[in-house]
Design a protein around this ligand. Structure first.
Ligand code: FES
Length: 232
């Protein structure tokens, strides 16, 4: 994870994400492999955002990804219902040969990188086999929500991509929808009540307005057919 930085995201009560610290914003598209499983991230165009900006959280702005004030007119209920417990307390651990997979399923954003092969939950049991170890590492580290964290055993060192502080706008063409904010690099996220969520290398924040685990994405954007109009 990148060093702690001054960038932050403050959640406005029943309103947008207030971003400061000149966090760059890019489109991030989920690309499937030839068997149809999520496999790669493709970084697309950058969105000009500036030093401080407000990102839509209700899903209804006409100026996505930015807030246009619609939340104040549509009765958006942005109540934060997610657990404040650190990831390590939320996660269950699954042991494999030479590795431990931590899994906090409440954080799942339904990006589906974990489904390739036999799924990561079965593959971890064979992580000492040629090719399987690489697949397990790939699946865990491509998970945008941070639901899955893979650690070397016995050192406990996590396999983590080296992300600069940044925000991705997830596009999911296989599901014909757009997804959450993919917040990377340990950006501080402040609740509307002033408390902080655990700063992590990977989190996904709901921007469709439909999650039952706000502020985090719970995959509801797929059923809601959320489209930001930016993916082309
Ligand atoms: S963006 Fe995923 S549930 Fe809202």
């Amino acid at each position: 994870m990148s060093e702690t930085n001054s960038a932050k995201i403050v959640i406005a009560p029943n309103g947008p994400y207030l971003v400061s610290g000149a966090l760059p914003v890019t489109l991030e598209t989920i690309v499937p492999n030839d068997t149809g499983n999520s496999w790669e991230w493709q970084t697309g165009r950058a969105i000009e955002a500036g030093e401080r900006y407000a990102l839509c959280r209700c899903g209804a702005s006409d100026k996505k990804p930015f807030c246009d004030g619609t939340h104040a007119r549509n009765g958006f209920d942005g109540t934060e219902t997610a657990s404040r417990a650190p990831f390590a307390e939320q996660a269950v651990s699954i042991d494999g040969p030479g590795m431990v997979l931590q899994d906090a399923d409440a954080l799942c954003g339904f990006a589906r990188f974990c489904d390739a092969g036999d799924t990561i939950w079965k593959s971890i049991e064979r992580a000492d086999e040629a090719g399987v170890r690489e697949l397990v590492i790939r699946e865990a580290t491509h998970c945008p929500s941070g639901r899955l964290v893979l650690r070397d055993a016995p050192s406990g060192t996590a396999y983590e991509p080296d992300f600069a502080p940044s925000i991705g706008l997830v596009e999911d063409p296989a599901k014909n929808c757009s997804g959450p904010l993919y917040v990377r690099g340990g950006v501080a996220v402040y609740s509307a009540d002033g408390s902080t969520y655990e700063a992590r290398n990977r989190v996904t924040l709901c921007r469709c307005g439909k999650s039952s685990n706000k502020p985090f994405c719970d995959g509801s954007h797929v059923e809601a057919a959320f489209v930001d109009g930016l993916g082309g």
